[in-house]
Design a protein around this ligand. Structure first.
Ligand code: UDP
Length: 241
């Protein structure tokens, strides 16, 4: 399939294909944090992010959550539908960490009494601020689209929190994005990986996600490989059972 680079981001490249409705997302080993002020790279990060996203999108589809995902093409590349993205990052949280701990003064690790959903404006210049519905309306994002994001976030959490729990991992929080296909249908998009989720080992509390990089903890390669192993090995066994 001929490839035509249409976008290069911090951690991935997106290519157009000869089918105008289909894109390729190729995940890189590069990472940035704090709005690209911090940069790094580690082995097999792109492979983990592509392969884990593929496994999770497949699992979500089987549990009633359609997404842009079509198939994994190679170790670091997935094929997707082309969507028009909403400028919204939906964050769902089960346990206090990161910016929520700062916002509410909660100690990291405090279990929330029920999941919290936050809607953030996808805008690097502004640092992806959390906005309310009035702000979004002013920016031209409809209430219906925000309602879709909230419900999607809660549904993804409902499916994935037990999925990770069975694999010995607490799904602390995660960020998802959504977009519209050419027929106008909204669906889940982007990626679901240790770059976009907080994963804590249920027993040791060890962090198995991008916080290791953000917080200079080291061991990113091992943590990403461990998360990929837990997702794919058990998923494959589950498929045979
Ligand atoms: N997140 C993300 N992209 C962003 C901001 C956050 O994927 O631009 C994810 C992050 O990995 C975490 C969740 O969203 O799983 C909540 O992040 P938080 O708001 O606590 O931000 P942080 O503390 O990382 O600045």
């Amino acid at each position: 399939m001929p490839e035509d680079l249409i976008y290069e981001g911090k951690a991935k490249k997106v290519f157009a294909t000869d089918d105008p409705e289909i894109l390729l997302h190729r995940y890189k080993d590069d990472a940035t944090a704090f709005n690209a002020q911090k940069r790094g790279s580690w082995k097999d990060k792109g492979k983990t992010n592509a392969t884990m996203s593929a496994a999770i999108f497949t699992y979500l589809e089987a549990h009633g959550v359609p997404s842009h995902f079509i198939e994994q093409v190679d170790e670091t590349t997935i094929k997707t539908k082309r969507l028009t993205m909403l400028p919204v990052e939906t964050v769902v949280r089960n346990v206090a960490a990161g910016s929520l701990s700062r916002l509410l003064g909660f100690e990291e690790g405090r279990k929330l009494s029920s999941p919290i959903v936050e809607l953030c404006y996808k805008n690097d210049e502004l640092g992806d601020p959390m906005l309310n519905w009035y702000h979004f309306r002013e920016l031209g994002v409809s209430d219906e689209d925000l309602k879709f994001c909230e419900e999607l976030g809660l549904k993804v959490n409902q499916v994935l929190a037990p999925f990770f729990d069975e694999r010995g991992v607490t799904l602390v929080d995660f960020k998802i994005e959504a977009g519209r296909d050419t027929g106008g249908t909204l669906m889940l998009a982007d990626e679901i990986s240790p770059d976009t989720c907080r994963f804590w080992d249920k027993v040791s509390g060890e962090r198995l996600d991008k916080d290791r990089f953000r917080r200079d903890m080291g061991g990113m390669e091992e943590a990403y490989a461990e998360m990929l192993r837990r997702v794919t090995e058990i998923t494959q066994r589950g498929a045979v059972d």
